[in-house]
Design a protein around this ligand. Structure first.
Ligand code: FDA
Length: 391
């Protein structure tokens, strides 16, 4: 064995680096073992390269988990404002894009640099190109084998994330390790992921590239954001959001004209009977989408010539258009993984496992999944902070 540490953090992503920095600054001797040749790769590609590093509104209601209360304590003890204060202390310029989403003005590299500086302040040892393959717990210590070398520590933090985007080196190693220590894992599934269309809905694939502001809903979750048609199905923020709630066989309902007053089509017929149905739709929606919807509704011609009953039915469908996705684009395209190490196995105060004292799990590896918009990083920071205070 080379050196013994107080804590070994497995994974040098957002959660792992932040946890290591905080524990190091509290005087702990901390080692980070990272499989990739450099740390923080997902941070670098996040937010289109600008890293949506938090969301000012982050609270437990913005997260999916088998236990919706689990994230409350950690999120309350390390808030978006706390992270923002750190970002500002490092002189990183930022802006709010929309809906409380905070991004770097410059590049996501600034967030990685900030985490590295914080780790350096805590004398954290970071070793890259070290893939952890085995862990043993012997005589009160965790012995970790990574790329042919053994490392030892009294505490071990699982921060290896989830399997989304395997081509970036993402792994399901957290779950292997959890099962080895007898911890339950809530079945991992792709989340914040485009949905694919088949059957009758396949016709909508012709609209590839068209987007519109809609209300999208699945399983009682509803989001008002843009939906985008793709050559495989549906994407865009509204769809990514509902994808986390969607399960195979569920419909996704889209309101293409949210916020319209009741009976707006009949009203339009009365006020402007010589307006073409298609023209009316084109005023509110991108032309290709308007035309496709009009065709699928089988309505054409002047509003004045269309029966009220048909217009009422069209109205109903435009507000509740039902798609039956046949799948998702999978972990290859999923921004995050829902499910993971069961929160029932962890203390919500410290992220320590109840069965194996000294063993912790944080970040995406845990069954806490945020909405799109900076919530996942906020969970990474908050769970890392909770853990670091206990190491
Ligand atoms: P993360 O995946 O970041 O880190 C895990 C680390 O463990 C990786 O570095 C990995 O290489 C390493 N590892 C895995 N197995 C290992 C092993 N066996 N041995 C050693 N190391 C191992 N979120 C958000 O809030 N705002 C945003 O803007 C975005 N944008 C975004 C874009 C894209 C394209 C993706 C894919 C994801 C996002 N996210 C996001 C989600 C966000 O990136 C994600 O939630 C966090 O990175 C999770 O942080 P973790 O540290 O838990 O895992």
């Amino acid at each position: 064995m080379t050196t013994t540490f107080d804590a070994i953090v497995l994974g040098g992503g957002a959660a792992g680096l932040f946890c290591a920095a905080q524990a190091g600054q509290r005087g702990k001797r901390v080692l980070v073992l990272e499989k990739a040749e450099k740390v923080g790769k997902k941070i670098l590609i996040s937010g289109g390269g600008r890293c949506n590093f938090t969301n000012l509104g982050a609270g437990s209601a913005n997260y999916l988990s088998a236990n919706p209360h689990f994230a409350k304590s950690a999120l309350a003890r390390y808030t978006p404002r706390d992270f923002l204060a750190l970002v500002e202390a490092h002189g990183i310029a930022w802006h709010e894009k929309t809906l409380g989403q905070l991004f770097c003005d410059g590049s996501a590299q600034q967030v990685v640099d900030m985490l590295m500086t914080e780790c350096a302040k805590g004398d954290v040892t970071i070793l890259t190109s070290r893939e952890v393959s085995e862990v043993e717990h012997r005589e009160g210590a965790f012995i970790v084998a990574a790329s042919g070398t053994l490392y030892g520590a009294h505490s071990l933090v699982i921060a290896t994330g989830g399997p989304s985007i395997p081509k970036m080196g993402a792994t399901g190693y957290a779950y292997d390790l959890a099962r080895q220590f007898g911890l339950k894992v809530v079945e991992p599934r792709p989340a914040l992921v485009p949905l694919t269309l088949g059957g009758e809905d396949v016709l909508f694939r012709d609209l590839s590239g068209v987007s519109a502001e809609v209300d999208a809903s699945a399983n009682k979750a509803i989001f008002h954001e843009a939906a985008l048609f793709t050559h495989r199905g549906l994407s865009g923020p509204a769809i990514l959001q509902v994808s986390s709630y969607w399960r195979h066989g569920d419909p996704v309902t889209i309101d293409f004209l949210p916020g319209r007053p009741r009976d707006w089509l009949l009203e339009a017929k009365r006020c402007a009977p010589r307006t073409q149905f298609r023209t009316l739709l084109r005023e509110a929606l991108p032309q290709r989408l308007a035309d496709t919807l009009a065709e699928r509704l089988g309505l054409d011609g002047d509003l004045g010539n269309l029966p009220d009953k048909a217009l009422r039915a069209a109205q109903e469908r435009l507000h509740r258009w039902t798609f039956l996705p046949n799948g998702t684009e999978g972990f290859a395209k999923a921004e995050v993984t829902a499910g993971g190490i069961s929160t029932a196995e962890l203390s919500s105060q410290t992220m320590e496992t109840k069965k194996s004292p000294g063993l912790y799990a944080i970040g995406e590896a845990v069954d806490v999944t945020g909405w799109l918009g900076g919530y996942n990083f906020q969970w990474a920071w908050a769970s890392a902070h909770a853990c670091a205070q206990a190491l």
